[in-house]
Write a protein that binds this ligand. Sequence first.
Ligand code: 4NP
Length: 156
Amino acid sequence: MAKKLLFVCLGNICRSPAAENIMNHLIEQEGLGDRFICDSAGTGGWHVGALPDRRMRAAAKERGLDFVGSARQFEAMDLREFDLILAMDKDNYRNILALDPQRKFTDKVKMMCDYCETYTDKEVPDPYYGGADGFNYVIDLLFDACGGLLKSLKSH
Ligand code: 4NP
């Protein structure tokens, strides 16, 4: 059965849709489309239904990638539904686990940057209030983290 991965940030318009789209790109490149299902969500609900942020789509486009998606809010059911939940920062991690008061799903929730191989960041920085550089940085960082994540998943 395909492994279900959920990428989570705050708004689900910048970091987590980027992670989802980059992960799908790497999965397709390796011809592993039947082994993984990727989705993303935000702990906040302000942008529900929105496309990925246009600045994030523009940064992706420069690398020949088209980021798709429609924002949705993370919900408690996701903890049951997904096999692995990747938090972009510590606030996201805390807010995800706040929906698991019995601590049944703690082991499924990881920090995205734990999978980085080159970058030493502990969190994926929120680019929302910054300039284009921030969006480019997030894409580079997520390519590193998604590559490491895919490697880790393939070896298990
Ligand atoms: P994201 O970025 O969590 O990476 O999607 C943000 C998007 C929206 C807001 C904050 C961060 N906001 O405050 O609306």
